[in-house]
Every structure is written in structure tokens, then in C-alpha cells.
Design a protein around this ligand. Sequence first.
Ligand SMILES: [Zn+2]
Length: 334
Amino acid sequence: MSIEEIICIDPGHGGKDHGGGSNDQFKEKEMVLQISKEQKKHFERNGITVVLTRSNDEYLDSYERTLRVKRSQANYCISNHINAFNGKANGAETIHSIATNGKLAEGILKTLVNEGASYRRFFSKSGKSGKDYYFMHRMTGHVKTIIVEYGFADNKEDTDKIINDWKKYAEAVARYYIENVFDKTYIPEKEIASHNVKNLPKVRSFSKYPRLVKITEDVNAYEHPNLSKYSKMLREGTKLKVYGEGENGVWAAGGGLFFSKKYAVEIPQTIRTGGLTSSNVDEMENYFRKNNLEASVQFVGEGKNPHVLAKIKGGDYEKFCKWLDENNWWYKVM
Ligand SMILES: [Zn+2]
């Protein structure tokens, strides 16, 4: 898992600190925890690891909270809050560090407005020392933290919106990060296939040769006994590394993920051999001819370093690798 695929989510307050953005309908610490958990779900479905600063009603002082952010290995942190002021103020706010431009904060604010929140402002604020005013910016090191204030708990209109729309808000913010920070195509919940466990084939054989498989349509026939996180990412065009294949089933992404072969199209693999003599090349040509392999083969580097670039599909690819193994030829799957 690369560092780029981790995000830290900080549900503000907790424990004895209920948060100022509370009213008789919700406590800020509870509302932001459920928003954070909702966001976690959307990130994880999209393949991004989430580290929460707290996952229950735990009190964290600023030191402990920011330590957890820094230790998360994330480059980005969302700190979720609900505002309160004078009862009249309303709308969503996003706050970024004085060390960053406001683009991300502005984008998040606009995405919340698209979901029906009122536009208030995005901003940064410095304290007397000239450093960030908010500790979530001042004490989180290199992590780019955005404080998201979803609305005002002491404003009736905002309170109603938060109660009705907190799930929408949560998803919109997660989606914004997935698309704009992690640069991924967002996979919404509804596109995920339900699992049909009964009709799944058993995997019969395993191969040491990884293979790329492209899912041609959203799959209604796969199960995820171990890798639920990854199986949820399956959709049209998904590319997976596959380690073996039974009659109908395919075993994917490190094991534990099955789907029907009829939904999978194998992407040809490119294999680069090395250290060939001209007789090796002849042998290889014969091999392809004899086995009638569907391969596009390119002989490269005459003289000095002759090698073959072979693009081969599915089972043929596996056969070819076996044959190369038997002949003790060096090769590399590109
Ligand atoms: Zn707060």
C-alpha cells in the first residue's frame, strides 16, 4: 500500500469534550464520528486506506490527536466539525493551513454546496505567533489538514440539513478527495454487485504466473471470502492480477477472491526474454508454430542483445512461461 493511498480522518472532540457544535438534537462529537465512519466506508470501497484518529467516544488532547495524524502515514487529513456561533450564522466552512493555497478547501466547500449546504467561506487563519491559528494545522506537520465545518448547530436551517443530509455530505467530501486528490474514478455504492455465493465455481489450479484480468461487466457472481475490501472495487474495466485459474473461476489479487471467468477477459501479457542466440530464436519460433499460440512476437536487438517481446494471452502465456522455465531461459513479465 503506498502512502498516497492513505487518508487520515479526524472526528473532532470526543469523550468529555462534546464539541461546541452541539444542540438538543445531536452532540458534535457524535455527529462528526458518524460522518467520519461514513466517509471511511466510501474511501475503503474505493481502495483507500483510512486511519481514524478515534473510532469511539474517546477524549484526545491536541497533542495525542495530532500525533495520531502524523503517525497515520497519510499525506492528507480531514478534520470533521460542526460549528456554532450566534444562532444566525449559517453555512459550511472549510479551513486550510496558511502554508497551503485554498484550492482543496474551496473544492470541498463547493462540493458541500452542491449537496445543499449553504456557502459560507473557506479560509486560513494565523495566530499571533504568525503560525497557523488552529492546532490541527499547526501541529500536524507535513500532513495537509482541512477542517470541515458542515454547518452551525445553533442555526435551525443548518441543523435540519445536517440531520437529513449528513450522509450525503460525508460521501461528497470523500468523493471529492478520491477524484481530486487520489485521482481515481469514483465508484459509488450502488454500482457494486451483490454477491451470489451459491453459484461460484471452485478454483482448481494455481499458477505462479501473475496475470492481468479485465472485468468486462459488473459482476454478479463473485464472492469475497477474505479480500472484501478489494472485491468491492470490482467493476467494468477493473484490472486485477490473477494468480491462477480453474475451469470457470479465477483466483485474484493475492487469494480469496473469486469471480466467474465469463466476466473476465485476460489482457495479453508482454514477456521479455533475454540472452538469446539465433538457435534459441529458431527454437522459440518453432515452439510458437507447433503450439499454435495466439501471440504477437517481436524479435528485438539483432546481434548484441537479441531478445523476444511476446504478447500472449491467458493460458498460452502460462504455457509459454513454463516452456521458458523448462529451457532455463531468462525472462521477465513486463
Ligand atoms: Zn468542533
